[in-house]
Design a protein around this ligand. Structure first.
Ligand SMILES: [Zn+2]
Length: 418
């Protein structure tokens, strides 16, 4: 039989929310592109991979990564460890590079990585050094609107948005001035503003501040397409009002206008807050693992100075682990797949090229194992949940090339077994 295809992925459950496809199908790849999707394609391929029992989706997009390795101190992880070696074909650094440091990001991270690397440029001159350990570096005097717009324009191929923080420590010092400056940058660039919610910095000495008031002031500044991150945060200043224990009414108004929600898992994630937020009817649009050097254990590296960081976390997680948690919370799998594929591509305004499995497109594919059993999931608030299913990456295809998911950052399923 003629070799019609270079590669054939046989018999997986193909889930592609962009086209509405969900069912068992084969996916064929030729010359680095998807050439056919359908049931029982002829096995005329140089390489045939049995994907029976596996989930086949467009290459996963992690919308919240910290991968400006070395430059952001212990904060930045290796891009390929978070990306292609974890089954993720596109990673978006949230606020690592700034107008001053983006040339280094391109040279040292974007260009040498096998993973597709993009970023939301930091609104602050310093970017995300050491995970924002020094509040004095993050005030409005440390923002250069014009220089950041210039840097965003000069790097439009990789700058897909702007990152800033709305949280009570900063608000006790400067109000929401930084957010207003970040909004000017994002409006000029025509890209979304991504806002971190939940406390980072200690409140200024002698000041008192109402976390709910920060959220109330923030929401009218958010425009359609802008992104609110960490809705399930265990820190004060998230979607759930400290006063009422319920989702702020102002959050609804913003979501109705087309503001979207990114989970931004990190060490913030709390099952309790997630339950309350989901029960209120809020659905995450994108996922974002938010892994960094303080909330994951990088093998071979010590934990020195970890406890100094406001984002320190101890429970192992990654992007597929966060997907597992959403499944456990009752969100249907196709909806979860959308958060890491089609929705994420829309957030990046790249839905015409990534985030969907369609003949003619680059072969950018993630293949996941769906394991059944009893798995222990835990959050940093000390809650433990038993999950009957666990998603974990098997391999990915990037530019037509098969790459095994062997990152040391993937939580080993055997360790999670209850
Ligand atoms: Zn983050």
């Amino acid at each position: 039989m003629d070799r019609q295809f270079d590669l054939l992925l046989r018999g997986g459950r193909v889930i592609d929310p962009a086209t509405g496809h969900d069912g068992i199908a084969d996916v064929a790849v030729t010359d680095g592109r998807i050439t056919a999707i359908g049931p029982s394609l002829p096995p005329a391929a140089a390489q045939v991979i049995d994907a029976t029992g596996k989930i086949v989706i467009a290459g996963m997009i992690d919308t919240h990564a910290h991968i400006y390795q070395h430059v952001t101190g212990k904060f930045g992880l290796n891009a390929d460890m978070v990306g292609i070696q974890s089954g993720v074909t596109t990673v978006v650094d949230q606020g690592g590079p700034s107008c001053m440091t983006i040339p280094g990001f391109r040279h040292f991270v974007v260009e040498p990585s096998q993973t597709r690397v993009l970023c939301f440029i930091s609104a602050y001159l310093v970017g995300g050094l050491e995970g924002h350990l020094y509040p004095a570096l993050y005030g409005p005097d440390q923002v250069d609107v014009k220089a950041t717009i210039r840097a965003g324009r000069a790097n439009a191929d990789i700058v897909r948005g702007v990152k800033a923080h709305a949280e009570i420590g900063g608000a006790s010092r400067w109000g929401l001035e930084v957010i207003k400056l970040g909004k000017r940058i994002s409006s000029e660039l025509g890209v979304p503003l991504y806002i971190h919610l939940g406390q980072i910095w200690p409140v200024k000495d002698g000041a008192t501040i109402d976390p709910d008031e920060v959220v109330r002031e923030l929401m009218p500044l958010m425009e359609p397409g802008d992104v609110l991150a960490h809705p399930f945060t265990r820190h004060p200043g998230g979607f759930v009002s400290t006063a009422t224990g319920e989702v702020h009414p102002v959050v609804w108004a913003a979501l109705d206008r087309g503001v979207t929600v990114d989970v931004g898992h990190g060490s913030h994630f709390s099952f309790e807050m997630a339950r309350r937020t989901l029960a209120a009817g809020i659905r995450p649009h994108t996922l974002g693992a938010d892994m960094h050097g303080y909330n994951v254990r990088v093998p071979g590296e010590g934990d020195t100075a970890k406890s100094d960081n406001p984002f320190v976390g101890v429970t192992p997680f990654n992007l597929t682990h966060a997907m597992t948690e959403l499944m456990t919370l009752g969100i249907p799998l196709p909806e979860i797949v959308a958060t890491v594929t089609s929705n994420a591509a829309k957030m990046l305004k790249m839905e015409d090229s990534i985030g969907s499995l369609q003949p003619g497109r680059e072969a950018d594919i993630s293949v996941l194992d769906l394991l059944h059993g009893r798995f222990t999931l835990s959050d940093n608030s000390g809650e433990t949940v038993i999950a009957p299913d666990l998603l974990t990456p098997a391999f990915a295809i990037r530019a037509g090339k098969v790459m095994q998911s062997d990152s040391a950052l993937i939580p080993p399923p055997a360790l999670l077994a209850a």
